[in-house]
Structures are given as C-alpha cells and as structure tokens.
Design a protein around this ligand. Structure first.
Ligand SMILES: NC(=O)c1ccc[n+]([C@@H]2O[C@H](COP(=O)([O-])OP(=O)(O)OC[C@H]3O[C@@H](n4cnc5c(N)ncnc54)[C@H](O)[C@@H]3O)[C@@H](O)[C@H]2O)c1
Length: 337
C-alpha cells in the first residue's frame, strides 16, 4: 500500500479529530502539523506523532514530503489556503463549507483541475452507518420513484459545545463563518439530501430567522429550505441552533415505500404488508471522519475520484447561497446560479 505524506493545517477542534484519523490510517504518514498558534501545532504533533510542526504555511507548500494537505481552519480561510496548496501541486482535503462564496469555490475547482490533483470535502455525515444504509435502500429501488426527502437537524449549539471551544470565537461572525447555521450545518444537509436523492437542486425557497437571544443577531440560527430537485422531487431541509433537544432526522418518501434514519436509533422502513415500521440491521459503527479521510487518501493512492468531491462541495454551498438569496428576496431562486 502506497504511503502518503500529509500536512494538517489548523490544529483546533476538528484538527484533533483529523489527526486521530490520520494516526490510524494505513495510508497516512504524518509529516507536518501547522497552526498560527505554535502551542496548538506542537501539542497535536506530539500527541499524534507528526514528524514536525510549524506556524508557517509556506513550509507546508514547499515540503517535498507532503502530498496531501488537510485544511481545517475557519471557513473564510479555506479557499485561500486550499488554492495555494493546489497551485503547489498538493491534493487537498478541505473542511466544509469549502468556501464562503461561490467565486472562491469555483476557483478551487479550477485550480484542482488545472494542477491535476484531487480536491475532497469533509461531508462525513454521508458515512454515518444509518445514512450509508439509507442510501443503500434508496439506490436499491425498494422505495420506488422518489417523491420527497426531508432532513431535519435540531442542534442546540450553545448547549452542545464547551463554553471555551475556540470555534465560538468565530462561529457567530459572518465575515469568518460566511453566515450562520445554514453555512455551519445547512451545507452538510444540502449535501446529504442531494446525495441521497442522487439529483441536483433546480430551485430553492427559504426562510431564515433568529430566535436565541444569546446568539448574535448578525447570523441566522434557524432556517427552512423547500427545494425542487431535478425531476420535481421535493426536499425539505430544516436546521436550527435555537432549540433545546438534539435531533437528526431524515425521511425518504417514495412511490413504493418510506425509510427513515433517526439518529442515534438507526433506520426504519415502512413495511406495507405488516403495516408497520421495521428496524433495519445497521452496518458496524465506524467513525465517519476517519472513514471519509481514509477513503480520500485511498483515492489519491489509487488515482480514483475522491469519495466526496470538490463539485459535491460546490453544489451543497450553491444550495445554501441560493437559500440566503431566496430568504432576502422572498422568492424562488433557480439553480444553477
Ligand atoms: N465536518 C464537520 O462536521 C465539522 C465539525 C467541526 C468543524 N468543522 C469545520 O472545520 C473548520 C475548523 O473548525 P474548528 O472547530 O476546528 O475551529 P477551531 O477554531 O477550533 O480551530 C481552527 C484552528 O485553525 C487555526 N488557524 C486559523 N487560521 C489559520 C491559518 N491561516 N493557518 C493555520 N492555522 C490557522 C486556528 O489557530 C485554530 O487552531 C471550520 O470550517 C468548521 O466549519 C467541520
């Protein structure tokens, strides 16, 4: 198996998760940990066994032993760092959302294409066992023709994150985060709905709002998207930070059946004969970030399409940007933008 030298850029909350994934990956050689804050880069390098650490991103770009750069910094800086890495001929695995605007996201696609390198985006929720199982059920045709996809995430952010989480330093600043809950969680779910349905968005209507007085008013904390997908399949995507109970629910309605993933319980399918919901056996648990990052490294080693591509990242971001436009204009926004 070919080993791949990896640099991790951004050694904060998600950086730690990627470092742990890299440590157990059969493909990865942990070369450089990079962060603007030396103490964070050093701590990650020592804990997970990177060969060296730096605060200087140029060292990553120049490093001949680094083939893959994992970009795990706040959203505003994703495009700038990714584009430099792609121009330097590195493959890039970038956190979501891939950029905070479509112009930057497009430039990332163009640079990857031009350099002949791979660009992957961390939409790891596709690899939660219940979501993979749901996809398998949809693709088997057991539900018939798709009618409607509903995804709902209730994520009480201020109750879920530790009060000293570094992320809270930028998450509610739209200049850095690119927006509110739609950018943070919404892009995950626009990706999931599109992936599950296996079709692109054709039109988006959205409502956005602000409900939690503890969250700065410059960002939305709740949003509902009504989407028209290719073939007139309907999608409803609800996301909120301003709620008290966590819930991740996906419902898929087809002409012949219905399936539902309700984390953490698993997947239920409606059995017409029994006229009841039946529990579906789950694949074994695998940490989804580790699974996706490993598949990305495998795609580099074997020169195959990345599991979640830059184009996938672009499409999920495009749906969210369309949602902001729709909410502002109170009208349907047609896609592609
Ligand atoms: N896929 C997921 O489910 C998921 C989960 C959490 C976070 N994220 C994403 O990961 C990214 C990082 O989030 P986080 O929670 O780790 O944030 P964080 O604030 O905990 O960590 C970010 C780190 O990046 C460093 N940094 C900032 N600019 C840098 C630069 N130019 N060069 C080097 N280092 C730099 C900071 O010093 C900090 O250590 C965000 O885009 C976030 O949306 C994704």
């Amino acid at each position: 198996m070919r080993k791949i030298g990896v640099a991790l850029v951004g050694c904060g909350g998600i950086g730690k998760i990627h470092a742990a994934s890299l440590k157990t990956s059969p493909y990865a050689e942990l070369k450089v940990a990079c962060d603007l804050e030396a103490s964070r880069a050093r701590a990650i390098a020592e804990e997970y066994g990177f060969e060296r650490y730096t605060t200087n991103f140029d060292e990553v770009l120049k490093a001949s032993d680094v083939e893959v750069v994992v970009v795990a910094v706040p959203p505003r800086y994703h495009a700038e760092l990714s584009i430099k890495a792609l121009e330097a001929g590195k493959h890039v695995f970038c956190e979501k959302p891939m950029a905070t605007n479509l112009k930057d996201a497009k430039e990332m696609l163009v640079k990857a294409e031009k350099a002949g390198v791979k660009l992957g985006i961390d939409y790891q929720n596709r690899y939660l066992p219940s979501h993979s199982k749901l996809k398998e059920i949809v693709d088997s045709g057991a539900l018939g023709e798709l009618v409607q996809v509903r995804t709902r995430v209730a994520y009480p952010i201020l109750e879920s994150l530790p009060s000293d989480a570094p992320m809270l330093g930028w998450l509610f600043n739209p200049d850095v985060a690119g927006g509110g809950v739609l950018m943070d969680i919404g892009t995950h779910w626009t990706d999931l709905a599109r992936w599950l349905a296996g079709r692109d968005y054709a039109g988006i209507y959205a409502l956005i709002g602000h409900f939690d007085p503890r969250i700065p008013t410059g960002v939305e904390d709740t949003a509902t998207i009504l989407a028209r997908m290719e073939g007139d399949v309907q999608a409803i995507i609800d996301v909120s930070w301003a709620v008290k109970a966590s819930m991740w629910l996906i419902e898929i309605y087809g002409t012949k059946g219905t399936a539902m993933a309700n984390l953490p319980q698993g997947v239920l399918v409606y059995d017409e004969e029994k006229q009841d919901w039946v529990n579906v056996e789950m694949p074994p648990w695998e940490e989804p970030h580790a699974k996706l990052l490993n598949l990305f490294l495998k795609s580099v080693a074997e020169d195959k399409e990345p599991p979640v591509s830059g184009e996938d990242g672009y499409k999920s971001l495009e749906a969210v940007i369309a949602a902001y436009k729709s909410a502002e204009k109170a009208t349907e926004i047609k896609l592609p933008l």
